[in-house]
Design a protein. Structure first.
Ligand code: SER
Length: 319
């Protein structure tokens, strides 16, 4: 790598673990974390950190210059449920931050960009099961519209200006180290905290709301792998479908009950159910598997065991 890595949105759910993984792989000083707020102790103490707003082009440019940055991972975004409550704010954050980075890459200030897309790019008219890479996309959420638009621009900047931008459509990402903020798939994280604390959970999605999901370690592996792959292997320059698991709240609850038999679940769907209804239940990711050799590792029961161990460790430490 010619220069260093900059992670924007490094203190979020995915950004935190991605930063730590990249520091492990490439050296602590090689990976500059930045976010609008400070992150957890491990992130803050393991390498350089800079406070920065992802929409502040001048500040981001100064970081690129100061640290001799050649790769940017743009992880800052407003997620689906929060974006419905603040549409223009979400649009501005999600789009402005992307344009700044794409333009820096176009001007050859940086060499490579990772930008995450999401299953939210699909909509109610998309085939729901085994959703193909290329299909009908009429997203009905602000977040989905911003990610779909972003994908078009990524492909455009690659085709017109030769920008090396790489992207995957993350499913719901399940993890315990840093909480997610404002997603529709967040029930699948809350459920573990409540199962351990109270032995019961009321889901804001209906029992049969099937959604594509993935354990964090797999999401990080996919991110590292797509960025490490030779450029000619990356044939899709909008964003790759990526899949591991697919489950409903009921199936997840049953998997938790195998470990905690007394756990009980109830259902009280709210506005997020409509968002879930508009998204696929399962994703066909054969192109990612073929082009850059993507493979997931965690199945449902492994994910449940890892989450219960991880969350109960945290609960003990916080006592
Ligand atoms: N997990 C995200 C959300 O629910 C989907 O990309 O908003």
């Amino acid at each position: 790598m010619a220069g260093k890595i900059l992670i924007i949105g490094a203190c979020g759910q995915i950004g935190t673990e991605l930063t730590l993984k990249l520091r492990d792989l490439y050296g602590n000083d090689q990976v500059v974390a930045s976010d609008i707020r400070e992150g957890n102790e491990e992130l803050m103490s393991s390498g350089p950190f800079e406070l920065a707003n992802a929409t502040d082009a001048a500040k981001i440019e100064a970081l690129i210059d100061t640290y001799n940055i050649s790769e940017v991972y743009l992880m800052a975004a407003m997620l689906s449920a929060t974006a419905e409550k603040a549409p223009m704010k979400a649009w501005n954050l999600n789009m402005d931050s992307l344009f700044h980075i794409l333009n820096f890459a176009k001007d050859k200030k940086i060499e490579k960009v990772f930008w995450p897309s999401s299953i939210a790019v699909f909509g109610p008219t998309t085939p729901k099961n085994d959703t193909p890479q290329t299909t009908i996309m009429e997203p009905s959420t602000v977040y989905g519209i911003s990610k779909q638009t972003g994908e078009r621009w990524c492909e455009y900047y690659h085709d017109k200006y030769g920008v090396d931008v790489r992207s995957i459509r993350y499913p719901g990402i399940i993890s315990y180290k840093t909480l997610p903020g404002g997603g529709t798939t967040d029930y699948a994280i809350e459920i573990f905290h409540e199962a351990l604390k109270n032995k019961e959970y009321t889901s804001f999605l209906a029992e049969d709301a099937g959604l594509p999901m993935m354990y964090m370690d797999d999401a990080i592996k996919a991110t590292v792998d797509i960025m490490a792959a030779a450029s000619e292997k990356i044939k899709v320059r909008s964003s790759y479908n990526l899949s591991a698991l697919s489950f409903t709240p009921k199936i997840l609850a049953e998997a938790i009950q195998k470990e905690i038999p007394e756990f009980k679940i109830a259902y009280q769907p709210d506005f997020r159910q409509k968002i879930a209804d508009s998204w696929p239940s399962s994703i066909n990711d054969s192109e990612a598997r073929k082009d850059w050799n993507w493979k997931h590792e965690f199945d449902l029961q492994n994910l449940v065991k890892e989450m219960l161990t991880g969350v109960s460790g945290q609960l003990k430490n916080s006592k």
